[in-house]
Write a protein that binds this ligand. Structure first.
Ligand SMILES: Cc1cc2nc3c(=O)[nH]c(=O)nc-3n(C[C@H](O)[C@H](O)[C@H](O)COP(=O)(O)OP(=O)(O)OC[C@H]3O[C@@H](n4cnc5c(N)ncnc54)[C@H](O)[C@@H]3O)c2cc1C
Length: 338
């Protein structure tokens, strides 16, 4: 199998915002054995960007170097003691297809993370999370290749420095590694995580008093399909901003000025609802040309058609400025802004 190399390639179908940016060169890798060769080629360019499903990416201009699109496939059970099972997937596997495969193997642990768009390789980058579960809770290790040298390294959970929608791959180690494969620790008899009221209520409404992991995955998928815009219909990258975490004292001060502030206290810190603040600043449902904020989800920026990445970014900056002025809080984007 040879590498697919395309010059002056449109990236429109490779990012879920549907931004029509071009890359000087696009290399698609299907075979894990060709990753090193692809990196050697890519290294000839000074700029290199690794992408998977493009569902957490905002391209604000053409990319002046090589985009490496990781499409490597493969998944397997690595170890099984009858209770705990280690599974491994190559980076280019679709995350949701991988979750479904683990359910087919009779394994639980990933059901709450069903239907998150994107690839397995990107899942540790922002420690994907949904419905009360984060990837780091199931994480065993990953294998990465250093872009500059081709050297391979294994990362433990500790080395990944996972946090809320965060890891070292977004900060100290950003743009340094290609994640080639990921290992997770799953269970044959999992304790289901049903602390999310919406999930619990919907399971009960469906008559699922004693749900299986597959019931949970199906219900999570149904809720997500109902609530979130489908990028195939309306370009978006899911939540555009992280919920800011501040000292609880600061949260109390804001709540005094802004009754109804939605927040989740956690010890001395409090997570604030970015969606609530954006809504209060009047942005929910706003449209500036083809760049907009979803009418039902203030956290989701949408491309109504032909918005450029620069227009999407300008809207994001206006939202950040308005929230900063009114609440004194910085909103941090969740996707990689290129
Ligand atoms: C409708 C919608 C809903 C979403 N819901 C959620 C949600 O509930 N929870 C959540 O956490 N996220 C959510 N997201 C965001 C997104 O799905 C995740 O961040 C996902 O992990 C991104 O995967 P990707 O392959 O598309 O990454 P990309 O967008 O291709 O890349 C994202 C980042 O990862 C890097 N990267 C990608 N592949 C590799 C690799 N192999 N090695 C090294 N770096 C790599 C890129 O350089 C970039 O920095 C949602 C997105 C959408 C569009």
């Amino acid at each position: 199998m040879s590498l697919t190399i395309i010059h002056n390639a449109s990236l429109r179908t490779l990012n879920t915002f549907g931004i029509d940016a071009h890359a000087k060169r696009l290399i698609q890798v299907l075979d894990p054995a060709q990753l090193s060769q692809a990196l050697e080629q890519a290294r000839q360019d000074p700029a290199l960007l690794v992408i998977g499903g493009g569902s957490n990416l905002l391209l604000t201009a053409d990319f002046p170097g090589t985009v490496l699109h990781v499409c490597t496939k493969g998944r397997r059970i690595v170890a099984d003691d009858g209770e705990q099972v280690i599974v491994e997937a190559q980076a280019g596997e679709s995350w949701d297809a991988f979750v479904r495969w683990t359910l087919d193997q009779g394994l639980g642990g990933l059901e709450n993370l069903a239907l998150i768009p994107g690839s397995v390789g990107a899942s540790p980058v922002q420690n994907i999370g949904a419905y009360g579960v984060e990837l780091c809770e199931r994480f065993e290790s990953l294998r990465a290749i250093e872009l500059a040298s081709g050297r391979e390294q294994q990362f433990s959970a500790e080395q990944c420095g996972f946090g809320y929608r965060d890891s070292v791959f977004k900060h100290a180690q950003a743009g340094r590694w290609l994640i080639a494969s990921v290992r997770l620790r799953l269970e044959r008899h999992p304790t289901l995580r049903l602390n999310y009221a919406e999930l619990r209520d919907e399971l009960l409404a469906c008559g699922c008093g004693h749900p299986t992991p597959r019931d949970v995955a199906d219900t999570v998928s149904a809720i997500r399909r109902r609530k979130l815009p489908d990028p195939a219909v309306l370009g978006n990258a899911g939540s555009f901003f992280k919920n800011p975490v501040v000292d609880s004292e600061v949260a109390d001060q804001i709540a005094e000025r802004e009754p109804g502030l939605v927040r989740w206290p956690d010890g001395s810190r409090s997570k604030l609802s970015a969606a609530w603040m954006i809504d209060r600043c009047g942005f929910k449902g706003r449209r500036e040309g083809d760049a907009g904020v979803h009418a039902a989800h203030a956290l989701v920026l949408v491309n109504h058609g032909k918005a450029s990445g620069a227009q999407m970014l300008a809207l994001a900056r206006r939202i950040q400025a308005a929230v900063k002025t009114r609440f004194g809080v910085e909103l941090e984007p969740e996707p990689l802004v290129v």
